[in-house]
Design a protein around this ligand. Structure first.
Ligand SMILES: Nc1ncnc2c1ncn2[C@@H]1O[C@H](COP(=O)(O)OP(=O)(O)O)[C@@H](O)[C@H]1O
Ligand SMILES: CC(=O)N[C@@H](CCC(=O)OP(=O)(O)O)C(=O)O
Length: 260
């Protein structure tokens, strides 16, 4: 089993939670990949530079100045800090973006009603799993920043949940894969204000119902859409759960929300 694990910005932003998560992640035996977000840190550093962040439907409008900020923040600061902390925990991490070894080619999102700027759309079928497999077989743990490229020299900003799903799909051609979304809630909640109202299982039918009841909002929607995309393209299991439960979620007795 290969574990493809995504950790979100709210965990990265919380030093204690992050430290505990990285220690647990490092302790997971076998082949694994980490994908990180960092949207909040990019916003903060952008603000310091006078480059204000704008979002539409949870996606950052990435103009020419913003792609430079996110390339620095995700590909540099966040990625390398995570790698150094994993190394300190005995995990042989290698930090990369989707441009490295051409693992994630993407297409700049076409302008329709909204111009997202340098945002990359990924076709999971075009992900190059080969270099990833070579790293895993060499005992390395790839750590991905949420960045892709257009093959013509331009870096692109891609949502980290989408990258995790695309990498999980590409690897599922070679290994059984469990995709785990780790964030600061115990799972998908039936009531966003009640941290204990975890929905244990979501299938397409339940998902439709939850959408109609308007229980799901903002941040959780891209996670679920990417989770279903993964399940429907060969990924064996997808879990959405708390970063504190990451070890448990690599065992059969899972905590959080299972997507089926
Ligand atoms: N039904 C729900 N269950 C869990 N989280 C929800 C729900 N509806 C909205 N959310 C929000 O979605 C957020 C997660 O999205 P996001 O911040 O993008 O995650 P990440 O930290 O992984 O990048 C949570 O912090 C939570 O506030
Ligand atoms: C295109 C787009 O929106 N990209 C995201 C990438 C970072 C991300 O996904 O971070 P979290 O997982 O912490 O939300 C952004 O710049 O915010």
């Amino acid at each position: 089993m290969v574990y493809v694990i995504k950790v979100g910005g709210n965990v990265i932003d919380n030093p204690e939670l992050l430290q505990a998560f990285l220690k647990d992640f490092a302790a997971i035996p076998g082949k694994k990949i980490l994908i990180h977000g960092g949207g909040k840190i990019a916003t903060r550093i952008g603000d310091k530079l006078g480059i204000v962040s704008n979002y539409v439907d949870g996606r950052r409008i990435t103009d020419a100045e913003t792609i430079d900020v996110v390339t620095m923040v995700y590909g540099g600061l966040v990625n390398k800090q995570l790698v150094a902390k994993l190394q300190a925990n005995g995990c042989n991490a290698i930090g990369i973006t989707g441009a490295d070894a051409n693992i994630i080619p993407a297409v700049k999102r076409p302008v329709k009603t909204i111009d997202y700027g340098f945002v990359g759309d990924v076709d999971a079928g075009k992900v190059n799993g080969g270099p990833l497999q070579a790293m895993l077989e060499a005992g390395l743990t790839p750590v991905f920043a949420p960045l892709t490229h257009d093959g013509q020299g331009q870096m692109l900003n891609t949502n980290a949940d989408t990258i995790a799903s695309a990498l999980a799909i590409a690897l599922s051609a070679h290994y059984p894969v469990r995709l785990i979304y780790c964030f600061e809630k115990k799972g998908v909640l039936k009531d966003a204000a009640d941290d204990n109202a975890v929905i244990n299982l979501i299938n397409r039918e339940i998902y439709q119902q939850l959408l109609e009841e308007k229980i799901l909002t903002a941040g959780i929607l891209p996670k679920l859409e990417n989770a279903f995309a993964a399940i429907e393209s060969g990924v064996k299991e997808v879990l959405i759960g708390h970063a504190e439960d990451v070890i448990r979620n690599t065992t059969p007795s899972v905590a959080g929300t299972l997507i089926r």
